[in-house]
Design a protein around this ligand. Structure first.
Ligand SMILES: Nc1ncnc2c1ncn2[C@@H]1O[C@H](COP(=O)(O)OP(=O)(O)OP(=O)(O)O)[C@@H](O)[C@H]1O
Ligand SMILES: [Mg+2]
Length: 300
């Protein structure tokens, strides 16, 4: 997926200006993330961000692209992701048409068709190849390789070469090398360990759950108009749910959505302890119901 068009802005020149840039895009970063991102931009090395669901990993790339006015090229990883979906593939249908047309046309030899058939015209460029295509001066795009832990280890091994040299080789055509390296951000939910070799090529940062105070600030940014008391109550509720190891990780987005919904309903107060106990009870009841239904289905 590509988002554009843009006239690029210059890069931030300090940790503070990197954090300020993110803040302009309504993203609050702590000093660790600001430093990692600044170094990644400065040194032209990919940034690998790990953390639980909803802590704001992918959002870093979106906000950065928006604020630097660069295209955002996103590669969503999944099991079975391969080079044809991530890097390039040949447009076989188009190639077949070309061959048939050449066969029916007079005066064109098979050799001419063969020489043409593996030209760039028939190459379908996927996110990684698209990200390598920027020309110097036009502003490197932001390449988000999202949830790399969902891809197979084989694909991770392929990425090693790409992230070292920022080049891709297409055997029939030659090598595509980025004139300007894309700003590359990888994310992982750590559903499995990422290979050390890949980690070594990146600057690494782990995003933890925000503290209650930080969470309140984020909420205020996303849902202006909330009373301070209400923000504090909602934060306390989320912290309470986390302490109960609520499955499904109550994440920042959910919190902002709950806030917006409750405000729509004119609710400006809640009791965190009672509400979290109720939610825990509801979840338990739902789980029991699913369990009973499965048992019914399984019985002859
Ligand atoms: N530090 C933050 N500042 C501002 N907003 C934040 C912050 N952290 C999270 N958010 C909000 O939470 C939402 C979820 O963030 P994001 O989608 O980046 O999470 P994620 O870590 O990529 O989750 P997942 O692993 O489920 O993909 C964002 O859209 C943003 O609104
Ligand atoms: Mg994400």
């Amino acid at each position: 997926m590509v988002r554009g068009p843009m006239s690029p802005k210059t890069m931030p020149n300090s940790v503070e200006s990197t954090r300020a840039l993110l803040k302009c895009g309504k993203y609050l970063s702590d000093e660790g993330l600001g430093t990692s991102l600044y170094l990644s931009l400065k040194l032209g090395r990919p940034l690998l961000i790990e953390g639980r669901s909803g802590v704001g990993k992918s959002e870093v790339a979106s906000v950065l692209a928006e604020q630097l006015q660069r295209p955002l090229i996103r590669l969503q990883c999944h099991e079975g992701l391969d080079v044809s979906a991530a890097v390039y593939e040949w447009n076989y249908a188009q190639q077949m048409i070309e061959i048939r047309l050449a066969e029916s046309a007079e005066g064109r030899g098979k050799d001419a068709v063969a020489a043409n058939i593996f030209s760039e015209r028939f190459l379908v460029k996927r996110p990684i190849l698209q990200a390598l295509e920027t020309k110097v001066g036009s502003g490197a795009p932001v390449l988000l390789i999202d949830e790399i832990d969902r891809a197979d280890e084989g694909f991770e091994a392929y990425l090693l070469e790409v992230l070292s040299d920022f080049q891709v080789s297409v055997p029939e055509l030659g090598t595509f090398r980025a004139e300007e390296r894309p700003i590359t951000i990888l994310t992982s939910n750590r559903t499995r360990e990422i290979q050390d070799a890949l980690k070594r090529r990146c600057i690494y940062y782990w995003i933890d759950y925000p503290s209650a105070a930080r969470e309140a600030e984020i909420l205020k940014l996303h849902t202006p108009g909330m009373s301070r008391r209400f923000t504090e109550d909602l934060d306390a509720l989320v912290q309470e749910l986390r302490s109960r190891e609520f499955r499904g990780d109550p994440w920042v987005t959910a919190e902002a959505k709950w806030a917006a919904t409750l405000m729509e309903m004119d609710r400006q107060e809640l009791d965190p302890k009672r509400t979290s106990a109720k939610i825990a009870e509801m979840v338990k009841r739902n789980q029991q119901q699913v369990y009973d239904e499965n048992k019914l289905e399984a019985s002859p």
